[in-house]
Design a protein around this ligand. Sequence first.
Ligand code: PLP
Length: 243
Amino acid sequence: MNQIASIGENLERVKERIHRSIHLAGREGDQVKLIVVTKGHPMEIVEAAIEAGVEDLGENYVEESMPKIGMYPSSDSLRWHMIGHIQSRKAKTVSQKFDWVHTIDSIKLARRLSRFAGEFDRQIPFLLECNTSGEDTKFGWTAWNELEWKELAEEISPLLEMENIIPRGLMTMAPFFDQPESARLYFRRLRKLRDYFSEKFPQHEWGELSMGMSGDYEIAIQEGATMVRIGTAILGERQIREG
Ligand SMILES: *Cc1c(COP(=O)(O)O)cnc(C)c1O
């Protein structure tokens, strides 16, 4: 079957697995938001995903995402999530076009996003991207060593007070493993850090945990994910390597 024709079926299969994982984890009644990652895919695939009923789409690269968001702008039934590393000079576009930002990894970026969001009269929910593994290919706040969480809390505290960006939780990427079970540790670590921040900053909402991709989302859900970011398992192999 061709790539577009399989999207509906893949989507149903992934949703079923999401429900099964929620059940396995004893999280009955919890919602897990499925974000379908369209980076590296052409417009026809974005269109097919939307036609199949997807309401949350994720993109990594600002340039690549602009034509897609231009064609399918945010609405009551469509939200765009920025899930890639954001260069400072792209902050303005991100604050104008995206509904959620999963990847705030510096105070400087946060300030710029907040300032531009203000100019567009928007308030943007965001997640702190955390590096839970220590892999130096990963972006995000240094979060792999629990002994350093106190300093981390101090470091991030200024961005909790910014006017036009609203903290909602944490995001991480586990290292790649052949065995998804090996990713569990990193997801558990993110949840623990979230619990720590909730205690430390109870005036803010820390409910969202964005973790889990095609290879490891079932484990992430068992560890408390509220948002999973899935590309390949639904849309097939990416055609464009980098945006
Ligand atoms: C590409 C990407 C995904 C989706 O990856 P798949 O393995 O295709 O599901 C999820 N999260 C981030 C941050 C990504 O860059």
